[in-house]
Design a protein around this ligand. Structure first.
Ligand code: NAP
Length: 288
């Protein structure tokens, strides 16, 4: 298939793009910089220069594409507006298409809010943290739009060889600084390895009849203290830590930082019922 990818140079995109290329798909990726161009071309993708809001740079190329994957997000105050501008342009384009456009839109576990001891299934009520409410709304609008076949993937927290969501703990482990817990060391994160997530994107890309919400998680909920302890063990760190309050992390990192403080569990029942199984069942078995 001819696939356009927005956000192909990011943490998730850097797993999805090479996986699709290896499977024989053609990838045209949007890129904002020379550095991202180089990264994407090294994967084997073709690139287009522009940002989400510069729709004139990439929208005309959608006419020749079978599918679009949206993985771009800036995690700043412009994030909601940029996604909305881009997705409204996609909806206007799709309404004029002869053949429907396959769209894989990316949500995330944070759209469920804190679940505590409950495990969010694919159709669980969504109560997003405020800085991500736009994502729930845009996903709903896209799913209702004519000319689109939409699957919304909700990845758990994503880790990989370079760290991903473990990066903060790895940096502390390597430098000998205390581990930093945001909120509570007992907070649970659902986890997925990037390679397993890339396989889920490919599976849904290739089956446009599969629409709606799809959770992507391999481990339902792992306490962050277990993740930090594993990073500490691998790097000879002494296990010392400090606990940061929600107020502290919001002030220091911005509104998105509420996400990692959520005690969240989720399960990927729909993907599993379709034959997807994670190869990384425990983060302890992975290289990071
Ligand atoms: N990582 C996770 O654990 C996780 C879990 C659940 C959901 N998600 C969701 O998945 C999506 C991707 O996350 P990620 O972790 O891969 O993010 P990331 O590593 O920060 O990458 C973001 C990507 O978006 C691009 N980008 C940012 N702003 C852009 C703009 N205005 N125009 C065009 N491109 C732009 C970046 O390009 P540059 O290379 O130019 O910076 C980069 O390729 C996000 O929506 C996130 O909320 C992530």
């Amino acid at each position: 298939m001819k696939v356009m990818v927005l956000g192909g140079s990011g943490s998730i995109g850097s797993g999805v793009v090479p996986h699709l290329l290896r499977a024989g798909h053609e990838v045209l990726a949007l890129s904002r910089s020379q550095a991202s161009d180089s990264r994407l071309r090294a994967m084997g993708a073709k690139t287009l220069r522009g940002s989400l809001t510069e729709t004139g740079a990439w929208l005309p190329h959608l006419a020749g594409a079978d599918a679009l994957i949206q993985l771009a997000a800036s995690f700043d105050s412009q994030m909601a507006a940029a996604d909305t501008v881009a997705m409204e342009a996609v909806m206007a384009h799709a309404a004029r298409r002869y053949m429907p456009l396959r769209l894989l839109y990316t949500g995330g576990g944070w759209l469920y809010g804190a679940t505590g001891n409950r495990v969010a299934g694919d159709e669980a009520p969504q109560r997003p943290i405020a800085p991500f409410n736009w994502m729930r709304i845009n996903a709903q609008r896209l799913m209702a739009a004519p000319g689109l076949s939409v699957a919304v993937l909700h990845p758990a927290s994503v880790y990989h060889e370079e760290g991903g969501v473990f990066s903060r703990f790895l940096a502390s482990a390597r430098s000998g600084q205390p581990m930093e817990y945001w909120g509570n060391p007992g907070t649970r994160w659902p986890l997925i390895h990037r390679d397993d997530l890339a396989r889920a994107y490919r599976m849904l890309l290739e089956q446009p009849e599969l629409t709606g919400n799809f959770n992507a998680a391999a481990e339902t909920g792992v306490p962050v203290r277990d993740i930090a302890a594993e990073a500490a063990r691998r790097h000879g760190h002494d296990g010392s830590y400090i606990v940061r309050t929600l107020k502290h992390v919001l002030l220091k990192y911005g509104a998105w930082a509420e996400g990692p403080t959520l005690d969240l569990q989720m399960a990927a029942d729909r993907l599993r019922s379709l034959g997807w199984e994670p190869r990384f069942r425990s983060f302890r078995k992975a290289v990071f």
